[in-house]
Design a protein around this ligand. Structure first.
Ligand SMILES: NC(=O)c1ccc[n+]([C@@H]2O[C@H](COP(=O)([O-])OP(=O)(O)OC[C@H]3O[C@@H](n4cnc5c(N)ncnc54)[C@H](O)[C@@H]3O)[C@@H](O)[C@H]2O)c1
Ligand SMILES: [Zn+2]
Ligand SMILES: [Zn+2]
Length: 356
């Protein structure tokens, strides 16, 4: 390792008792196909809270360093990471949710690597970006151009939130000029979803709770804001927000709560698509079979995106079309960020500065 790489670093570690503590731990050494990244900023995704709560039916690593929106600079690389592979020391890169996949299963071969049964997940099955130095797989890191002076704090949320909603909007099959409803629009994924949808030429109907989220959604491009805490008939309000009253063509369900998953088939337009993205613990999607059949409604899941989706999601950011409302705080303040997230108080995305 180069001499300027320290031997120890600060990290937020979840221990076996489920408690998260800021600790001093060794700087990891990259394996042959890995790189070592000096993480400067890391976004905080609601998935990180699911990891802390351990509330998904998916086993995670313990002890765990969470985080999967890590943006930083490559400081070392393994022996098999060849020059010309697009990752060299000094490059700006990002740690996404997908840490590695097998490359040879039927899904990997079709660029559906998120479905790979051998996928390793950053900040979940392997240590992630809530640390100052993290290893990542050279084949799966996201790349930011250094020559464009990319602000890595603003770029970090694209690595999961941006990628996920960009891909989800494509999955909704909504076309320019049509309507899309973003549920959980004031949060991390929702803020970016509103902007990607607007940039794609879609009309945006935002749903979230409280006036602060409403103000943010409107600022980011939502034409109508429906406050789920106030609405007496949410289905009617969403349908009324479309010009012909028939409801939105696409729905992105981003809220980490079950109820919206029961409401969406009520207001989606006939032949429209409901895309499930938020993952409330233990929740079920339910809908009347009769309506689903005779109104020909599609319901599907969407899970992050592939590496080409990442390139495109970053390109929207580089063109200035999307930028999450970001609040930068020290990595030591992660506990407080999770408290705010539990209470639905996060507007946009918190990003951790790993130096403090
Ligand atoms: N499918 C994927 O690939 C993928 C990727 C990333 C995150 N996620 C999941 O998406 C969810 C959201 O993540 P986030 O980081 O944006 O969370 P967040 O906490 O930043 O935002 C969630 C928003 O939902 C709002 N909300 C809560 N109840 C609501 C309701 N009944 N109706 C409308 N809005 C409501 C909250 O007020 C908040 O603004 C999490 O469950 C996360 O695990 C999924
Ligand atoms: Zn995430
Ligand atoms: Zn595979």
């Amino acid at each position: 390792m180069a001499p300027d790489i320290p031997k120890e670093q600060k990290a937020q570690v979840i221990t076996a008792d489920g408690v998260m503590t800021l600790k001093t731990i060794p700087v990891p050494t990259p394996g042959p196909q890995e790189i070592l990244i000096h993480i400067l900023y890391s976004g905080v995704c609601h998935t990180d809270l699911h990891a802390l709560n351990n509330d998904w039916p998916l086993p995670r690593k313990t002890p765990l360093v969470g985080g999967h929106e890590g943006a930083g600079v490559v400081v070392a690389k393994g022996s098999l990471v060849a020059s010309g592979q697009g990752v060299d020391v000094g490059d700006y890169v990002g740690i996404p949710w997908l840490n590695s996949t097998c490359h040879h299963c039927t899904f990997c071969m079709q660029a559906q690597e998120m479905l790979c049964s051998e996928a390793q997940l950053s900040g979940y099955t392997v240590d992630g970006s809530f640390q100052q130095y993290a290893v990542a797989n050279a084949s799966h890191v996201a790349k930011f151009p250094k020559d464009k002076g990319v602000e890595l704090d603003a770029a970090a949320p694209i690595l999961c939130a941006g990628l996920t909603v960009y891909t989800g909007l494509k999955q909704s099959e909504a076309r320019p000029g049509q309507y899309v409803t973003i549920v959980g629009a004031g949060g991390g994924l929702g803020s970016l979803a509103t902007q990607y949808a607007k940039a794609m030429g879609l009309h945006v109907i935002a749903i979230d709770g409280g006036p602060e989220k409403g103000e943010s959604c409107k600022k980011l491009g939502a034409e109508v804001y429906v406050d789920y805490l106030k609405s007496k008939d949410l289905v009617a309000d969403v349908k009324a927000a479309t010009a012909d009253g028939l409801g939105p063509h696409g729905v992105l369900l981003l809220a980490p709560m079950e109820k919206p998953f029961q409401q969406a088939t009520g207001y989606v337009r006939s032949h429209g698509t409901v895309v499930c993205i938020g993952m409330p613990a233990g929740a079920k999607v339910s809908m009347p079979v009769f309506d689903t059949v005779v109104r020909m409604v599609q319901v599907k899941g969407s899970y992050v995106g592939n590496r080409q989706d990442m390139v495109e999601a970053i390109d929207f950011f580089l063109r200035g079309l999307v930028r999450a409302p970001v609040k930068v705080v020290g990595m030591s303040e992660l506990g407080g960020v999770f408290d705010a997230m539990r209470e639905n108080k996060v507007v946009g995305r918190y990003v951790l500065d790993t130096s403090r």
